[in-house]
Design a protein around this ligand. Sequence first.
Ligand code: GUN
Length: 282
Amino acid sequence: MAQIIDGKKISAEIRKEIAEEVKAMKAEGINPGLAVIIVGENPASQVYVRNKGKACEEVGIYSEIIAMPEETTEEALLAKIAELNERKEISGILVQLPLPKHINEASVIAAISPDKDVDAFSEVNVGKIMIGNHRFLPCTPAGVMELITRSGISIEGKNAVVIGRSNIVGKPQAMLLLHANATVTVCHSRTKNLAEVCRTADILVVAIGKADFVTADMVKPGAVVIDVGMNRKANGKLTGDVDYAGVSEVAGYITPVPGGVGPMTITMLLKNTLTAAREQNI
Ligand code: GUN
């Protein structure tokens, strides 16, 4: 049976460290602040945004949640971002995705000052991650790296397979694993012999957005399986991209959904907000 990697527990440990750091920063006169913009009423996004606000409160970071109506124009959103770029008490800005269809996501990301881009989505920050000279960590991939390393698992020289090539998870995840000296393969919807490739993985990170996609026959015995998926079943229950029951019989380590990667993403966002506040106060 696989050992469970407890994301809730690891996340709580890191948040304790962050709360201590916030205290120390405030003593130095640095006050980190995060602005989160949500446009429209996507219920999942509303939950994520609420959780981001709560997490800030828990560690002592000032936060503002800015809820804008679905019919907000791109110009109005860009004007709001421009205002937040200028405000001293806001160290980090996050625009919750997805945005309504009439708003161009790339233009919005480009409008956020790279110094305040705590999601690390802007071209400058993505470039820095690629080079291995990051300022902000990509939140979900960085959370995955923490789960692995804090479980005492070494990455160097391992075969890592990432399923999914999104800008938010798959691509930056591959970069972080590569920087940690893994041999990295990225799989996607057009990959041939996907199961065979997966079976070569010592570390398998799954971010494809399909419930129960990875089954036990695709996993090497003893492998580390990290499930980034968040899918809603017909009964409303949250489930990952990995068939948890089957794969736990084969894997060495596995993350549950919920309670695996999810809590780590917000924790890494808090870390980035501190980084931003420090840089802006130099
Ligand atoms: N929507 C889903 N994941 C994310 C994320 O990491 N950041 C933002 N801004 N929106 C998201």
